[in-house]
Design a protein around this ligand. Structure first.
Ligand SMILES: [Zn+2]
Length: 363
């Protein structure tokens, strides 16, 4: 009798601990991610809009920096969170806004290939969901540090040229390598400029009846996806709750390092006349209204916070519903480590209480 009671108790302890582990290591990501949803509006008709999952700054650790435990833990968390988003929200497309890697610029060929394999393993997607990435400064280096092969291999392995024009469900996206907008005469910059000019011509072409060029998209304005934010003096203008903490928020941006230059921003906006711009790089949130009276243009720019627990206590991602005429944005949070630990403690505490009441009842 006593033996049976003891073995029953051991069984409860083991299954309680196993469930706590399973919940805090796997299920919690699904529970939290399920609380976010695709934003809608009157103009967005179910089934007809594009569902875009946007994330930034995953900063996978490489062979040089960080502790192996930190690396393993962060990658595990990001993998769980990413797979939870894919399983629950089933996006049509995933955009990764640069700094996929932390040490991409320093790695040799083999190390970079391993890095890319790991990225694809962690952020594995079913065949029907396409992923588009843009390069970040940690992937290929800041403009002045870009080695020829580091930009080339990124382009090849991710099929991500400096400027990409992607059309999805009638909406246009221009994906840009921010380091190629430095504005000098380097090969990368010249190539980016040629592409932007060409895309600009083809966009204008849709509005011009005289134009003979064959175009296969409607004339709604494009959405820009890049790594750097557009030109801004600092993050002091950011009022989102996840904006950088003070006093960092007021620190002036280093131009062409923290954000695009004024000239590149002007060039980009005049050429592409976007209806929205998404970027990463700052690791924090920001929503900014840009008004260009001379162009009769107004649009919002969103800084997408980092997806990694290395960069934020509360990593985030965006679910964006997009049609050619409109779009709506939802920013979604991931569980804080503190919440995960607290949940585990509460669950173990609950188990102890359960066992002690069981003993009392048993008596
Ligand atoms: Zn960056």
């Amino acid at each position: 009798m006593l033996m049976r009671r003891v073995s029953q108790k051991i069984l409860i302890v083991i299954s309680g601990l196993l469930f706590t582990y399973f919940y805090c290591e796997y299920l919690i990501y699904y529970v939290v991610v399920a609380q976010c949803y695709w934003p809608t509006s009157e103009k967005l008709i179910e089934g007809q809009y594009l569902k875009a999952f946007i994330l930034a700054d995953t900063h996978l650790l490489g062979p040089f920096r960080g502790h192996w435990l930190d690396k393993w833990r962060r990658e595990f968390q990001m993998q769980q969170a990413f797979q939870a988003v894919i399983a629950i929200h089933k996006p049509d497309v995933v955009f990764v806004l640069g700094d996929l890697f932390d040490e991409g610029e320093w790695t040799n060929e083999q190390q970079f290939r391993d890095y890319v394999d790991r990225f694809h393993k962690l952020f594995k997607l079913p065949d029907e969901i396409k992923m588009h990435v843009v390069a970040g400064n940690h992937d290929i280096g800041f403009h002045n540090n870009i080695r020829r092969y580091s930009a080339k291999r990124f382009v090849e392995l991710f099929q991500a040229p400096s400027v990409q024009h992607v059309i999805l469900k009638g909406s246009q996206f221009i994906l840009i390598n921010s380091m190629a907008l430095h504005g000098d005469t380097c090969e990368l910059c010249l190539d980016a400029k040629r592409s932007i000019n060409r895309i600009s011509d083809s966009i204008n072409c849709t509005k011009n009846v005289e134009c003979n060029q064959q175009v296969n998209f409607n004339n709604s304005r494009p959405i820009i996806m890049q790594h750097f934010p557009l030109y801004r003096v600092s993050d002091a203008v950011c009022t989102e709750p996840d904006a950088p903490p003070l006093p960092d928020r007021n620190k002036n941006f280093r131009i062409k390092i923290d954000a695009l230059s004024k000239e590149s921003t002007k060039y980009l906006i005049e050429k592409l006349k976007p209806r929205a711009v998404f970027g990463g790089h700052t690791h924090h949130g920001c929503k900014l209204l840009h008004t260009y009276k001379n162009l009769n243009l107004e649009f919002l720019e969103y800084s997408v916070p980092s997806f990694s627990w290395r960069n934020r206590l509360d990593p985030k991602f965006m679910l964006v519903s997009i049609s050619p005429d409109t779009y709506a944005v939802n920013k979604c949070g991931l569980p804080r480590e503190r919440t995960i630990i607290l949940t585990a403690i509460i669950m173990i505490f609950g188990l102890v209480i359960f066992l002690s009441t069981k003993r009392t009842i048993g008596r």
